[in-house]
Design a protein around this ligand. Structure first.
Ligand SMILES: [Zn+2]
Length: 80
């Protein structure tokens, strides 16, 4: 896969970060990441993972799960 942040958004994908320390899961705010890193920023797991930090415990050992977004209305609300 060679996704950029914009391509993930356009494809309606959602990315969930899971913390290996405290086992919390949180959906990433892709439009916010795009605004922060740029639309052309590579969004593959190995590119994004070093940028991620657990919001709960601050742990940096996170996994990323990519899945098709099942709530397109929510996607449009956030990105348009
Ligand atoms: Zn954590």
């Amino acid at each position: 896969m060679g996704w950029t942040l914009q391509e993930l958004i356009d494809a309606g994908m959602s990315v969930t970060a899971g913390c290996l320390e405290c086992h919390r899961h949180q959906a990433l705010d892709l439009p916010a990441l795009r605004d922060r890193f740029g639309a052309d920023e590579s969004a593959t797991e190995w590119d994004l993972r070093p940028k991620m930090k657990c919001a709960v415990c601050g742990g940096r050992r996170v996994t990323l799960t990519y899945s098709p977004d099942t709530s397109p209305k929510d996607l449009y609300r956030k990105s348009r």
